[in-house]
Structures are given as C-alpha cells and as structure tokens.
Design a protein around this ligand. Structure first.
Ligand code: NDP
Length: 327
C-alpha cells in the first residue's frame, strides 16, 4: 500500500485528499519507485482544476525522485536499488510508491540529491527543449535577445541561468520587484515587473526598437497580445503554458500584420516521447547542474500532508524557483 494524494472531482485545493492505495508489481516496461521527494508543478494545478481533464479518481503529479524497488520485464536501463528521477506521464507522483513506465525514468547521478532531482526534472527538461530545440527560422545566436515570462518561477529561474550560459540576452518578466531581482541574480540580462511597467514598451526600449527573436510565454491569456508586439519580424512566439488562463482564439492574419510571425505551442511530453530523447535531454540537464552553470533553487518544501497549502501558494504566486513535497 502507499499514501497518495487523489482528486475525486475537479476543483480547488480542498479536492486534494490523502488516501491509501494498493501498489502492485511492475509489468513489462515498468518499474516501481519509492519516492524520497516529489516535485510540484503548475501542470498539477491544471490537472486539479480540470483544465487538463483526467480520468477520475486520479493521483496527480508528474515528477519525482527515489529508489527503484522493482523492475518489470524488458527494462534494461534500471536495476533494483538504483537512485532515479523522472518527469513524465501518466500523472501519479504525489505518493510514497508507484508503478510507472520506465521509459521516462533516468538514473540520478551521484552528485545530485533526491530533493534536487525531484525538483528539477520537469522544469529543467522544459528549459532544455525551449532553449535548445525550439528555434526561430533565423536561428538563435549568442547575444540575441529573447523574452521569458514568469522568469522567477520554477522553469523561469532555470531558464535564466541556462540562457545566460548559452550567451543569450534573456529579458525576464515577473510580478514583483523582488522576483525581478531574483531573475537578475540568476542571469537575466534585464527584468521587467509586468504589473507596474508596460513590458512591450520596455522590450522595444531595451532592444533599440528591434524586438526579440523569441518570446517564451507560459502565462497565456494575460501576456499573449503584448507578447506579439515584442517580436521582431519573423520572430517566434513559443507558447508553453496558461498560468493566467488559456490563450483566447485569434486570427492568423494578426501574425502577418505584426511582421510575418511564427507561433508554436510546445509540450515537454512530445520531446520525451522516447527513451533515447529523454536520456539525451536528461544528460544535458545533469551536465549543466553538475557543472554549477545551473543551480536548482529549492525555495519551498511542504510535507505531503500539506499539499493543499502548497497548491494555494503556487496559484497565489507566492512561490519562486522550485517546490517539492517531502515524504
Ligand atoms: P511557476 O513557478 O513559474 O509558477 C507560475 C508563475 O506564473 C507564477 O509564479 C507567476 O509568476 C506567473 N503567473 C502569471 N499569471 C499568473 C496567474 N494568473 N496565476 C498564477 N500564476 C501566474 O510554475 P512552473 O515553473 O511549474 O511552470 C511555469 C509555466 O510553465 C506554467 O505555466 C506551466 O504550465 C508551464 N510549463 C509548460 C510545460 C510544457 O512543456 N508545455 C512544461 C513545464 C511547465 P509572477 O508572479 O512573476 O507573474
């Protein structure tokens, strides 16, 4: 048996209830993991509210780290006793132990602790593909300006550091001056408080009216329109989240009017659909973390029993960097 956080119906944080669930043996291609820590991500909020519907009842959570307890037939890359971490589908990481597909589970290097492993996989792999795989047609070179919204958040603080490591001039946005300072301290070249400043005007000013080559937008509804005004001709709008709500429908004609822009909507799960791609991206992430180029800021820890408060704080924009649930 295992303690697990389940929802029986979509709704507020009060829907998150701790229950006891049976845990079986892994089948072909599966492993059983005993978690040491579990990562909290904004996608968990979308699952809880029903924005991304799940079959119910559901244990939510997409990220964790722990020890491999059992290995099913056909799994060659993991053995019983391995330290491991993962981000991936299906949801179900808010628990002590679980059986899950081995495909997305990676061995955790000795130099990375369980709590850091649990905090960094989903956010770090997301920063990896956004900065290294999603490309504007005109390419991305050291010195280029990019705009990254919610730059002091979990994905954001990793992206600030990684972009700086790649030589990019990342302009970060955040909702308070303190969060802007946090982005600057982590490699952002500029930071804009989008509650007190017109971020499109500031981006134009910073870039000498040229605009940026890429906008990475996980805020969605509230930032969409102005973000298009931040792009230079042929620039790329990389939408990857909806923290303020889904992007409303729009006419493609607007992209022509604003400079023959490109739009893409990305999800990590396409990028980690195979064992090979997952491992290659994880190796890249482990390398920047082990080298110290990217530090994982574990700013909030909550015991599993306080999961409702963890969700309240994440949605109320009270968190910065990464958050874990401890077991
Ligand atoms: P964060 O730690 O970044 O938390 C979300 C942040 O969004 C808040 O701290 C807040 O920062 C900002 N925000 C803006 N508007 C709102 C609002 N109305 N309500 C709440 N927050 C708001 O979360 P994560 O690091 O877990 O994820 C960041 C984003 O990336 C999320 O939108 C998530 O869904 C997305 N994501 C997408 C993936 C993909 O592959 N598509 C994978 C991983 C994450 P501030 O106060 O500074 O505005």
């Amino acid at each position: 048996m295992s303690l697990a956080v389940q929802i029986r119906q979509p709704g507020g944080p009060e829907q998150l209830q701790i229950v006891d669930v049976p845990v079986g043996e892994p089948g072909p291609g599966e492993v059983r993991i005993r978690h040491h820590a579990v990562g909290l991500n904004f996608i968990d909020v979308y699952h809880r509210t029903g924005l991304y519907p799940l079959p119910l009842p559901a244990t939510i959570g997409m990220e964790g780290a722990g020890v491999v307890e059992a290995v099913g037939p056909g799994v060659a890359h993991l053995a019983v006793g391995d330290r491991a971490a993962y981000a991936g589908q299906p949801p179900g990481s808010y628990c002590e132990r679980r059986v899950m597909p081995a495909q997305c589970v990676c061995k955790l290097p000795d130099g990375i602790g369980f709590e850091t492993g649990a905090a960094m996989m989903l956010k770090g792999l997301t920063a990896q593909y956004l900065l290294k795989k999603v490309r504007p047609v005109e390419g991305l070179e050291p010195g280029d300006h990019v705009l990254f919204h919610a730059a002091a958040g979990g994905v954001g603080l990793i992206a600030c550091q990684w972009a700086s490591h790649l030589g990019l001039q990342l302009i970060g946005t955040a909702g308070t001056d303190a969060k802007c300072q946090r982005a600057l301290a982590n490699g952002a070249a500029h930071a804009i408080n989008y509650h007190t400043e017109d971020f499109a005007a500031r981006v134009r000013e910073i870039t000498g009216d040229k605009g940026v080559k890429v906008v990475y937008d996980s805020v969605g509804k509230d930032t969409w329109d102005k973000s298009l005004d931040c792009l230079r001709p042929f620039g790329l709008m990389a939408s990857f989240g909806n923290a303020s709500g889904p992007v409303p429908p729009f006419s493609p004609a607007i992209l022509g009017a604003k400079g023959s822009l490109y739009v893409t909507r990305q999800t990590l799960f396409t990028h980690i659909a195979t064992r090979e791609s997952t491992q290659a991206m994880a190796d890249d992430l482990f390398a920047v973390v082990l080298s110290g180029a990217v530090k994982i800021h574990l700013d909030q820890r909550y015991p599993l029993a306080e999961v409702q408060q963890a969700h309240r704080d994440l949605e109320a924009r009270k968190t910065t960097g990464c958050t874990i649930l401890t077991l």
